[in-house]
Design a protein around this ligand. Structure first.
Ligand SMILES: [Zn+2]
Length: 212
């Protein structure tokens, strides 16, 4: 009975989050038009609009989220596909979008309309390496951002935008400001696994924030 319910949630979450599927297909599976009427404020934070989800459990008891939320909008900026996170991560995301992403884009006379999400909640190890430590993604602590979309229609991916003349400096400023709001930030300067995404998580370390 319990196993059956767990299985059902895994299916539900898999459908919602494209859990464990390749990035190219997971987005398409989840891009239902957000119904604003059905959304609510999340985590007591007026910046966060989305839906509350039932508790996520997995066969691996280290994975899961007790009170998951799916964030569709942060202060009007669409999150696509809408990430499944815990409230610590969702609140950090809101702080970063409100305090860094929106104002830095506005500072160049543009408006941020959408953030593309590469990964959110997924029960896996770090960088999906078998036997490695459990990823912060496995507890809803982490989100990966892969692109910024502006009101002009311009889309800047992390892969190409990081070094671009048009948006590279802005992207780096936005990324740097995430340090501290998130306990760990990893970008293209960190390693090969982060050439195309900005990894943010709310894990805390005794030595302070880890930002590369
Ligand atoms: Zn990540």
């Amino acid at each position: 009975m319990i196993a059956g319910r767990t299985g059902l949630w895994i299916l539900l979450v898999a459908a919602l989050a494209g859990c464990g599927r390749a990035n190219s297909t997971r987005g398409a599976a989840r891009q239902h038009a957000p119904d604003l009427a059905g959304m609510e404020q999340l985590c007591g934070n007026p910046s966060l609009q989305g839906v509350k989800l039932p508790r996520i459990t997995e066969s691996n008891p280290q994975c899961g989220i007790r009170n998951p939320v799916q964030v569709f909008y942060v202060s009007g900026v669409e999150m696509n596909p809408a990430p499944v996170l815990n409230c610590d991560a969702a609140n950090a995301l809101a702080t970063w979008v409100d305090g860094a992403a929106i104002p830095e884009v506005s500072a160049i006379g543009e408006r941020l309309t959408r953030l593309r999400v590469g990964s959110d909640y997924v029960c896996r190890t770090r960088n999906s390496v078998p036997g490695a430590k459990l990823s912060e993604h496995a507890t809803g602590n982490a989100i990966d951002i892969t692109a910024f979309t502006l009101a002009s229609g311009e889309v800047y991916t992390i892969l190409e935008g990081w070094s671009s003349r048009a948006f590279g400096a802005v992207m780096r400023r936005i990324y740097k400001k995430a340090c501290g709001t998130f306990g760990t930030t990893l970008g293209p300067d960190a390693d090969a696994a982060h050439q195309d995404n900005l990894h943010f998580d709310v894990a805390s370390y005794r030595g302070g924030a880890y930002c590369r």
